[in-house]
Ligand binder design. Structure first.
Ligand code: BGP
Length: 469
């Protein structure tokens, strides 16, 4: 629909930005923090690990001051489970609680709404050693961890996100570094883990509502609408298959408390059906999220795949279709440009995705990631001319406004990332931030913060509530 009049952004719109603990904090083994699966995992050759990252743990005051200067209304960050519980359960670590208390206080003082992700890929390694999400006890460990977060931070944190990109941990966990490589029957096991994560999420949502009646809580998957490669009915079926397996499986479980039927038939076909214990479905159905947070980087396109074809690739990161013979196969969308890292750029797909999610679930939506990974160049005089990032964000914000005009209840937009941080598998050179961090893969330099051109641009957008895009 081409609107004659575009609606303004709501008055209290959360203009924000996002990070995650392990990608930004560093201090990986300081002040009692235990190791996470990420800390002991492998990193691709030629890229840094997460030990120092952007050193935010030591520089959070300076960073929050910069975020305040940019004018952020909200800041979405994650709490490292291993700072609170070094072993996943057992004794809580007072130093970890102290750090997040200070960070939250700093944000509140500056009038920035904290939006907290409870778990962003960094499962405590101690739990992984006991089977990780394959072990049902991890569900209890998460509930216990959630209780601790609500107890200590619930007086100031009103927006909670349960699990970041559960769907990407299932579909692309090898690239991200969350999959236990010793799993014997990975897919089957991963869908069992998925079931346990759904339970953990439902329990956390219920607990949040009991303990903090004024707070709001929701899931945070990566959702992008899947296009068929053509109007050929078989391609449309393939797109429906992948939409169900990648997107609706997660949101149907979170919002309706049931398994998506197409995804379930896929499990049956492939032998991936998870074991569901008595009472599990009641637990899923009893938890109702208050909003849906989601991350969007690109759309995806798929085509029909033959059962005896060879359409499954062994590699592919979060935004590359791996494919599955007899279900769907990846297809390049010739209408879209790509980033330097091969991800298709699709702002209109963002509007389509917003409309689709809202129509299916009728809950307020919060965008918790969207952004452009690029090789930024630090020029003389501490200048970073990241016009490509400004263009990317502007085009997506325009589409968000159109989605609002379409009737979507969008409450905020938190691009990735507030400040440069270490990418999940491509190091610090793949930058996303509004603020440059002066370090290379292996040379930490002075780690100083430098405002990029996009910093000033976003500042204006926020000041004018998106009036002059
Ligand atoms: C999402 C993750 C983030 C983030 C982002 C960009 O999948 O939630 O943690 O890193 O993608 O991905 P990458 O770092 O691989 O470029």
């Amino acid at each position: 629909m081409e609107h004659q009049n575009v609606k303004p952004f709501p008055k209290n719109f959360f203009w924000g930005a996002s990070t995650s603990a392990y990608q930004v904090e560093g201090a990986w083994n300081e002040d009692g923090k235990g190791p996470s699966v990420i800390d002991v995992g492998h990193h691709p050759e030629g890229v840094t690990d997460f030990k120092v990252a952007s050193d935010h743990y030591h520089r959070y005051k300076e960073d929050v001051a910069l975020l305040a200067e940019m004018g952020l209304k909200a800041y979405r960050f994650s709490i490292a489970w291993t700072r609170i519980y070094p072993n996943g359960t057992g004794e809580a670590n007072p130093k970890g609680i102290e750090f997040y208390n200070s960070l939250i206080n700093e944000l509140k003082e500056k009038g920035i709404e904290p939006i907290v992700t409870m778990y962003h890929f960094d499962l405590p390694y101690a739990l992984q050693q006991k089977g990780g999400w394959s072990n049902r006890e991890t569900v209890d460990a998460f509930e216990n961890y959630a209780k601790t977060l609500f107890t200590h931070f619930g007086d100031r944190v009103k927006y909670w996100l349960t699990i970041n990109e559960q769907n990407m941990m299932i579909l692309h966990g090898t690239a991200i570094g969350t999959v236990d490589l010793h799993l014997e029957n990975p897919e089957k096991e991963l869908y069992q883990q998925n079931h346990h994560m759904l339970l953990a999420q439902a329990k956390a949502i219920k607990l949040c509502h009991e303990m903090l009646p004024d707070a709001k809580i929701g899931p945070a998957p990566n959702i992008c609408y899947i296009y068929p490669a053509s109007s050929r009915p078989e391609d449309v079926l393939a797109a429906q298959n992948f939409n169900s397996i990648r997107n609706w499986l997660y949101l149907d479980a979170a919002c309706f408390g049931r398994y998506n039927s197409v995804a379930w038939s896929y499990f049956e076909e492939k032998g991936y059906t998870p074991a569901i214990q008595e009472g599990d479905m009641e637990i899923l159905a009893s938890a109702k999220p208050d909003f849906i947070a989601f991350n969007y980087y690109t759309s995806m396109t798929v085509a029909h795949s033959n059962k005896d074809g060879n359409d499954r690739h062994s590699t592919g990161d979060q935004q590359i279709v791996i494919g599955d013979s007899g279900v769907y196969k990846g297809h390049t969308n010739e209408h879209l440009r790509k980033t330097e890292f091969g991800w298709e750029i699709d702002p209109v797909g963002f509007r389509i995705t917003l409309r689709e999610i809202y129509d299916r679930y009728h809950l307020p939506l919060l965008v918790t990631e969207n952004g452009l990974g690029a090789f930024d160049k630090l020029e003389e005089g501490d200048v970073i001319n990241d016009d490509y990032r400004i263009d990317f964000l502007r085009e997506h914000i325009k589409q968000a406004q159109l989605a609002i005009t379409d009737g979507v209840d969008l409450i905020g937009y938190c691009p990735w990332s507030a400040i440069d941080l270490v990418s999940t598998h491509q190091g610090i050179s793949k930058r996303y931030g509004f603020i440059y961090v002066n370090r290379d893969e292996f040379d930490l330099k002075d780690l100083r913060r430098i405002r990029k051109k996009s910093f000033y641009w976003y500042q204006k957008i926020i000041q004018t509530n998106g009036e002059n895009l």
